[in-house]
Design a protein around this ligand. Structure first.
Ligand code: KDG
Ligand code: MG
Length: 402
């Protein structure tokens, strides 16, 4: 079997997605997600100009060799654009391998380690009362784990608070929207949110929170300590993680578990975090961290150090990524949790999929490969729309992390 075509499909059914389609001379095809929110066309160009021509005529069964060819062979290693492009190829090749074998991807990886994949949904509101109502809604839908975010008094907008309560699309304008951030107002407010959640709902559910890279390590230590009575499942991205050693400071001050890594793209981004046990959950995912092949390496390093997986699963990761991630999650021994921010009905229609939700768990289904396809005719009806993620400034106008 040989790769006969390699096409990039860019569409916007509710939001932008980049999908790689790999076809073979024996009529089997596979697809991979290559979506990099706000920078979609850079990955599309990387794939079209530099990857697709080099894949024609290769044996699609040689997944490891093709991964190494694209990683080592580029000379310019790593980075979100390169690693998302490699991820798309890798995911499509695993899809083809599963279809050729007639087996769901999780069976190729080693079979199921569990019966279902525990997921967390997003409860968010403009204020604490609205967030509490959303927690009640997710609990009513059967979720065992719920992420809670709320607006901050005195700030016009806050990360994680959406207009539409089930979906969250922060990339809302062609030129980035500017938000204002205050660490002092945030740190004052957040413990009140979790106090209110635990006093209304008790401790039955796992509760999570995303700090979204806004704090310094010592501020994150303070937040983690103040949230200890509410026993969070995790505190996510408390501080930007380029300086992995900075997490030692957080660890010295709190036992609130820490999850990091949705923006990481290789094992080297989390080598110190994992090997020094500075985090509890690694959030790397299929699309941004080099596909199933590389995610498996990260998870197996993490397993040595009691770090569990908790893959990113926001709306900007397409159903193709979600399908592949669920096979990975069902197999990987040191699984922790999977984020599941629902897609819009328009997105779901363009990407028919075998995965399904029941009682707080997702299951990838039994279709051969990763079980997600693309309806290209429908996709063509949703052309690309330029949209960027917001940026943050402090109240004095200085740029800050969004
Ligand atoms: O594109 C950026 C989003 O995926 C990100 O802001 C979502 O932090 C996020 C999360 O935890 O889902
Ligand atoms: Mg996050």
């Amino acid at each position: 079997m040989k790769i006969s075509a390699c096409r990039v499909i860019v569409c916007s059914p509710g939001r932008n997605f980049v999908t790689l389609m790999i076809e073979t001379d024996e009529g089997v095809h596979g697809i991979g997600d290559a979506t990099l929110n706000g920078r979609e066309l850079s990955v599309a160009a990387y794939l079209k100009e530099h990857v697709a021509p080099a894949l024609i005529g290769r044996d699609p069964a040689r997944i490891e060799d093709i991964w190494q060819y694209l990683y080592r062979g580029a000379y310019w290693r790593r980075g979100p654009v390169t690693m998302s492009a490699i991820a798309a190829v890798d995911t499509a090749l695993w899809d083809i391998k599963g279809k050729v074998a007639g087996l769901p991807l999780y069976q190729l990886l080693g079979g199921a380690s569990r019966d279902g994949v525990m997921v967390y949904g997003h409860a968010n509101g403009n204020d604490i009362a609205q967030t509490l109502d959303e927690v009640a809604r997710y609990a009513g839908l059967g979720y065992k784990a719920i992420r809670a975010q709320s607006g901050i008094p005195g700030l016009a907008s806050t990360y994680g608070v959406s207009k539409d309560r089930m979906y969250y699309e922060p990339a809302d304008a062609a030129i980035a929207t500017e938000n204002i951030w205050s660490t002092a107002k945030y740190l004052d407010h957040v413990p009140k949110l979790f106090e209110a959640i635990r006093s209304r709902f008790g401790f039955e559910h796992h509760i999570l929170h995303d700090v979204h890279h806004r704090l310094t390590p010592i501020e994150a230590g303070r937040l983690g300590k103040s949230l200890e009575p509410y026993r969070l499942f995790w505190m996510e991205d408390p501080t930007p993680a380029e300086n992995q050693e900075g997490f030692r400071i957080i660890r010295q001050h709190t036992v609130t578990p820490i999850a990091v890594g949705e923006v990481f793209n290789t094992i080297y981004d989390c080598q110190t975090l994992i090997s020094e046990q500075l985090i509890d959950f690694i959030r790397t995912t299929v699309v941004h961290a080099g596909g199933i092949t590389h995610l498996r390496r990260i998870a197996q390093l993490a397993e040595l150090y009691h770090v569990r997986t908790g893959s990113h699963g926001a709306t900007d990761l397409s159903p193709v990524c979600m399908g592949a991630a669920l096979h990975f999650d069902l197999w990987v021994h040191n699984f922790g949790i999977q984020e599941y921010m629902r897609h819009t009905p328009e997105t779901d229609a363009v990407f028919p999929h075998a995965y399904s939700f029941k009682d707080g768990y997702l299951h990838p289904g039994e279709a051969p490969g990763h079980g997600v396809d693309i309806d290209e005719t429908l996709a063509a009806k949703h052309p690309y729309k330029s949209s960027a993620l917001p940026v943050n400034r402090l109240e004095d106008g200085s740029m800050w992390n969004w």
